[in-house]
Design a protein around this ligand. Structure first.
Ligand SMILES: NC(=O)c1ccc[n+]([C@@H]2O[C@H](COP(=O)([O-])OP(=O)(O)OC[C@H]3O[C@@H](n4cnc5c(N)ncnc54)[C@H](OP(=O)(O)O)[C@@H]3O)[C@@H](O)[C@H]2O)c1
Length: 351
């Protein structure tokens, strides 16, 4: 209960990662001032208000990243600020308005409130591997990506990687601003985050698993780093609590191509109908490594990818975001299912 008597702030609390962060902070005894874009929407607040300790120590406030100064009162009196809010989705019409402005201006808006507030001892910014690994440097199994890598905005623009660009510009601006204002900041740079959902709605990274179990005929020809949401939330808190924590921390348990993810799903859920083919005929995008050296100093012992995938699927089922019917079963299981149905029905019909 290292947080007893301490007040911290979390932005974007209704989101996937931030919900877990609020949960762990409350468990550790912190008082949490949290921002939500629309507190009148129960889908954004109910799961938070139901957390243990929420009644006594969670305070929800309405705030939009693009409204200047609206984080002032939220940050007031907080020792730590976890800035997690930032749009994460790919289907965008206007990248500047939908992704880049809220990520970049929103980060500077939150940091501006921190700069005005002497109570803030440290800011933990939820950045991303998106701000680390997209610079055109070749990827291969022997290449080790680490915290010294920075994504290149020009490379992102050329390849229309708008979400990646939004995170790259936001982190870069955050480092410049905090250096200028003398704010102590640490960034957490996770890869694709999976694991159980606390919120009732589907988020982009859990959809990365849902999309391959949802009857798709093919899996994407993509390779990602993967990490469990509980490790990500925990790393944020460790980065705040450990006085010597500094700089950036890449969070990746393992790097795996989708073919590997499908293999794990087959082992875990043999009755699922899973894609057998890759979406294109090109060679699989190569794997690479991501250094765990710095993250070790935060005391993170990563949850293995297999367990994270299991937890994601079970959670999607529990939240009814993934429902299976007889049509989803593999042909062999389907036959067994039909035989059992006939076997059970025939005696009934004879009675
Ligand atoms: N999930 C991943 O794989 C992953 C990996 C690396 C880094 N990250 C980073 O982690 C953070 C959280 O991502 P997530 O996966 O938890 O996504 P999420 O569930 O979509 O959460 C995003 C949060 O940002 C809030 N937000 C977006 N635009 C806003 C605005 N204009 N004003 C106020 N709040 C706004 C959302 O509020 P609403 O609920 O009202 O929309 C939501 O609470 C983001 O910074 C993301 O870039 C995520």
């Amino acid at each position: 209960m290292s947080g007893v008597g301490k007040t911290v702030c979390v932005t974007g609390a209704s989101g996937y990662i931030a919900s877990w962060l609020v949960n762990l902070l409350l468990q550790r005894g912190y008082t949490v001032k949290a921002s939500v874009r629309d507190p009148s929407d129960p889908k954004k607040t109910q799961h938070l208000l139901a957390l243990e300790g929420a009644k006594e120590r969670l305070h929800l406030t309405k705030a939009n990243l693009l409204e200047e100064g609206c984080f002032d009162s939220l940050v007031d009196g907080c020792e730590g600020v976890f800035h997690t809010a930032s749009p994460f989705y790919h289907d965008v019409k206007d990248p500047q308005v939908e992704l880049i402005d809220p990520a970049l201006k929103g980060t500077l808006n939150v940091l501006g409130s921190c700069a005005k507030n002497p109570s803030v001892k440290r800011v933990v910014l939820t950045s991303s591997v998106a701000a680390v690994a997209f610079n055109g440097r070749p990827r291969a199994p022997d290449v080790v990506v680490d915290e010294s890598w920075f994504s290149d905005p020009e490379f992102c623009k050329q390849n229309k990687l708008w979400y990646v660009l939004s995170k790259t510009l936001a982190e870069d601006a955050a480092w410049k601003f905090t250096k200028e204002k003398g704010i102590d900041m640490v960034t957490i740079n996770p890869a694709m985050v999976v694991g159980p959902l606390l919120q009732p709605t589907l988020n982009t990274s859990a959809a990365a698993i849902l999309n391959v179990i949802n009857g798709s005929q093919t899996f994407p020809n993509s390779t990602f780093g993967w990490v469990n949401v509980k490790d990500v939330a925990n790393a944020h808190i460790q980065a705040f609590e450990i006085p010597s924590a500094n700089g950036r921390y890449c969070l990746v348990e393992s790097v795996a191509h989708y073919s590997e993810v499908v293999k794990i799903l087959q082992e875990l859920f043999p009755a699922f109908q899973l894609p057998e083919k890759c979406a294109d005929d090109k060679p699989f995008t190569p794997t690479y490594q991501v250094s765990k050296e710095r993250t070790k100093s935060l005391g993170i012992e990563f949850i293995p990818l297999k367990q994270s995938i299991k937890e994601t699927v079970e959670s999607l089922m529990e939240k009814k975001l993934f429902t299976r019917s007889a049509r989803d079963l593999t042909p062999m299981v389907h036959t067994v299912y039909l035989l059992v149905t006939v076997f059970l029905l025939v005696p009934c019909a004879c009675e």
